[in-house]
Design a binder for this molecule. Sequence first.
Ligand code: DX5
Ligand code: ZN
Length: 251
Amino acid sequence: MRDGRAPLHFAQNISEGSVNLRGVNADVAHPDPQARPVKLAPSLLSCDFTRMADDLQAIGDADWAHVDVMDGAFVPNISFGMPILAAARRASPLFMDVHLMIEAPERYLKDFAAAGADGLTVHVESTPHIHRAVQMIRELGKKAGVTLNPGTPLEAIKPVLADVDLVLIMSVNPGFGGQKFIPQSLDRIRTVRHWLDDLGSPAELQVDGGVTPQNARAVVHAGASCLVAGSAVFGADGPRAGLERFREALK
Ligand code: DX5
Ligand code: ZN
């Protein structure tokens, strides 16, 4: 929410939920997760596009709206572009968190900013000029995010870690909603949480792909500060009920 509504806080006692924590290095100490507010960012990819404005209103008390832009080249799927973002912008005051799954994103950063993006996140695999892309987003006055696919070594984001406002850990291979959370993502989240804490960076640590009320606690405990969820929010009983399940799970 752009008007600074207090985000959720995370309650301490962990349940294992559907992610198997056994064997994952659970003794890595993090600064107390309770101190970290948690943002919820429903992904519009799973909304009902015949009534997008109603769905945006229904998630009006979420923190951000996550906007998945796919070009059919960087990922094996095509979603939508600037016109849909501009429509969402007109329909909602929510912070528009735009996830660019497109090749050579530098070509369109200005257009997405003009269409209403508040944050722009680019993949390290989508451009040979990730540092320039991050600088361009910042020069547009938008929040700059960097992300990487599950198979890409984390070191790839290190050169821009101090320059970004957000790091997005993909916990599925990008391109589709409704996929299963990749459990090894928990260790990647922990590692990046360590890097950000060591830097003293206020950047958001966002997780996207297969996030559900059942695994949300484990993801937040690993160090995430922002949860993207599509199919788990826009389910059969509507997005309000979907969001409420996340709030219950994180109580
Ligand atoms: C996938 C997208 C995700 C997706 C999440 O490439 O980046 O944002 O919409 O959907 P769920 O939560 O259903 O995995
Ligand atoms: Zn996404």
